[in-house]
Design a protein around this ligand. Structure first.
Ligand code: OFO
Length: 168
């Protein structure tokens, strides 16, 4: 049985994962509209992954005797200054999500909730991967700057990256 303090934190995390999914969907739509089809595929896929993260939490809360609520969300940011600013926002966003996962783990340790702690370890690894990926994409984009031919090639690279992720 989940303690109410842990259930509340998991519930807040459900909302964060849902918001992440919406934010990446909005970024995907922006990239699509700008003609960055590789980035759009990458971001659509990323949005789906965030929805999976949300679903995993919903199922866990319900399996442990809680009742996961489906949160209302406000509209995500619609416009972005550049390809680079999109990935800078992703990195900043993921760093905040990591802090929030760490906060849940700290609460689990305080409350002696080993099952939730164990469950949340998957999110710790996932956050490390996500931050690393966003960081490496951002580094490349900084090197490319406004060079359109290089941006075009990088967009193709993102498309390949997404295809490989689908196959994995
Ligand atoms: Fe769910 O990992 Fe990003 O936010």
């Amino acid at each position: 049985m989940l303690k109410s303090i842990i259930e509340e934190k998991l519930q807040a995390q459900i909302k964060k994962e849902a918001s992440s999914s919406q934010l990446y969907l909005s970024m995907a739509s922006w990239a699509d509209m700008k003609g960055f089809s590789g980035a759009a595929e990458f971001l659509y896929h990323h949005s789906d992954e965030e929805r999976e993260h949300m679903l995993k939490l919903i199922r866990f809360v319900n399996e442990r005797g809680g009742h996961a609520e489906i949160p209302a969300l406000s509209s995500p940011q619609k416009d972005f200054d550049s390809f680079q600013s999109v990935f800078k926002s992703i990195l900043d966003h993921e760093r905040k999500v990591t802090e929030s996962i760490n906060d849940i783990i700290t609460a689990c340790l305080k409350e002696n909730d080993h099952s939730t702690n164990n469950f949340m370890q998957w999110y710790i690894s996932e956050q490390m991967e996500e931050e690393q990926l966003a960081n490496s994409i951002l580094d490349k984009l900084k090197m490319i700057g406004d060079n359109m031919p290089s941006l075009y090639l990088f967009d193709k690279e993102l498309s390949e990256l997404t295809k490989n992720a689908h196959q994995a």
